[in-house]
Design a protein around this ligand. Structure first.
Ligand SMILES: C/C(=C\CNc1ncnc2c1ncn2[C@@H]1O[C@H](COP(=O)(O)O)[C@@H](O)[C@H]1O)CO
Length: 273
């Protein structure tokens, strides 16, 4: 027997009958009413927004090939020699087959994007919402602007296989030290970090190799987590070589594991187990 339509309401997977049937439909409640809006400023709602940023970032970047994140000052102007160096590095990386990912802003970020795009390589910008108006630079093929720094940082680390750090201020230092901390603590295993500008970074590297080592706050091998150069070709070569070494080490580790399994299988066969 079929039920009379007014006696039953199906709402998605839910079924209501008789007195239990709501007066309005789900769509009506969504579209007709505004109600209080305080909840948009609460942490549970922010969690939804954070999730949506991860979804957008993963969606945009998951099919990007081998990539290198390039960091550097937002303030360095196009007439600076550093800008020209940034452009050259962007171009060389693109020519070597790497997608260039930057913070999408002005200065050194723009230089690297400009070089990559001019060389025909994919050029990506991961922007950040800031207290003042700012749009992604014009040399970007694809970009997202994030609300949350930590979501954006996840994207740089997850979707690139090396960091290049050009001269910069606090933002750049933050990105540099996050990268080497991730390598030092084994959170990432495929990450050459290349500092560009021996004169600019030399003092910092000296301080790390001197003071930090002398005080015992880092391990003797930790300074080797960073490479330092002025040369765009050397940047690319350092990254390429680090990736080849890493692949070789992975391959060797797999071989060792395979041999261990074979020995174990043979022993078990010999024992009749
Ligand atoms: C200061 C100005 C604009 C800032 N705009 C930025 N846009 C995108 N990403 C940025 C911006 N500022 C900092 N970043 C990130 O930090 C690094 C640069 O910071 P620094 O302090 O300038 O060294 C950079 O790699 C970005 O990822 C006015 O033009």
């Amino acid at each position: 027997m079929t039920e009379s339509r007014s006696n039953v309401r199906r709402a998605g997977p839910l079924t209501y009958r008789g007195q239990a049937i709501p007066e309005t439909t789900t769509d009506q409640r969504l579209l007709d009413r505004r109600g209080p809006s305080d909840w948009v400023h609460t942490d549970p709602w922010r969690v939804m927004r954070i999730q949506s940023e991860f979804v957008e970032g993963f969606g945009l970047l998951s099919e990007v090939g081998q990539a290198v994140s390039v960091f550097g000052s937002a303030r360095i102007k196009p007439d600076s020699p550093y800008y020209a160096l940034g452009e050259r590095i962007g171009a060389k990386l693109a020519e070597a087959g790497y997608t260039v990912i930057t913070g999408g802003g002005p200065g050194m970020m723009e230089a690297a994007n400009k070089g990559a795009k001019a060389a025909g390589g994919p050029s990506i910008g991961l922007g950040i919402e800031l207290p003042f108006e700012q749009s992604l630079n014009e040399h970007i093929d694809m970009g997202v602007t994030f609300r949350y720094f930590f979501v954006r940082k996840t994207m740089f680390v997850k979707y690139s296989q090396a960091f290049v750090v050009l001269p910069g201020g606090f933002g750049t230092l933050d990105e540099l030290f996050e990268a080497i901390t991730l390598v030092q603590t084994g959170k990432v295993t495929r990450f050459p970090v290349v500092l560009v500008g021996t004169e600019f970074w030399g003092g910092l590297v000296e301080w790390i190799r001197g003071r930090l080592l002398d005080e015992g706050v880092i391990s003797p091998s930790d300074p080797d987590l960073m490479y330092l150069t002025d040369d765009a070709d050397e940047v690319v070569e350092t990254i390429r070589k680090a990736h080849v070494d890493l692949e070789r080490r992975r391959f060797e580790a797999e071989q060792v594991e395979e041999t261990a399994h074979e020995v174990q299988d043979a022993q078990q066969a010999g024992n009749g187990t």
